[in-house]
Write a protein that binds this ligand. Structure first.
Ligand SMILES: [Fe+2]
Ligand SMILES: [Fe+2]
Length: 169
């Protein structure tokens, strides 16, 4: 006899359909975080120039946070009876975060980061809404992650403002 999920709420048998949907959203979030780690590693090492140093330092810090987010999403997928996908399922999407033609083009990197953070915030907002009244634990976790992404976005918007003020954008 198969082991039945005895819990109530999101872990119960009658929630299996919504759970599948949620796992799909969490898997997408997991890939977004993993791809962000790859892009931020490149973005924290490739740039040249005096102006790049602040960006490099910020991205170095963010790498650890985004990696932590990926692990949180992965853990939650498992808790919801899902499976963390293997690397062959990965499809890259961050066209805007590819290395620029010139490695002194730090504005390209900043804009790419802003795009990535906005994309994450959009997707995580959908998860937060989907979880409403259904799965408070996932909702709580994603709200906290969303908070981190808003901090990242705000920081990089500040960087771009400086460049705008100097007429460099
Ligand atoms: Fe993240
Ligand atoms: Fe972020």
């Amino acid at each position: 006899m198969a082991v039945r999920n005895s819990s109530t709420g999101i872990l119960s048998d009658d929630k299996s359909e919504q759970r599948e949907q949620l796992i799909g959203m969490l898997q997408k979030a997991y890939w977004m975080e993993v791809e962000t780690v790859m892009s931020y590693i490149a973005g924290s090492i490739n740039p040249d120039g005096v102006r790049a140093q602040e960006i490099i330092e910020s991205l170095q810090e963010d790498i650890q946070e985004e990696l932590g987010h990926a692990q949180q999403f992965a853990r939650r997928i498992k808790e919801l009876y899902g499976v963390v996908p293997g690397s062959l399922d990965f499809t890259a999407e961050q066209s805007y975060l590819q290395p620029p033609e010139h490695q002194t083009d730090i504005v390209h990197v900043i804009k790419g980061v802003i795009e990535a953070e906005k994309g994450a915030i959009e997707h995580y907002s959908r998860i937060i809404e989907f979880c409403d009244g259904l799965d408070w634990v996932t909702q709580d976790m994603v709200i906290a992650i969303q908070h981190d992404e808003e901090g990242h976005l705000r920081l990089f918007e500040g960087f771009i403002r400086e460049f705008e003020a100097e007429g460099l954008v």
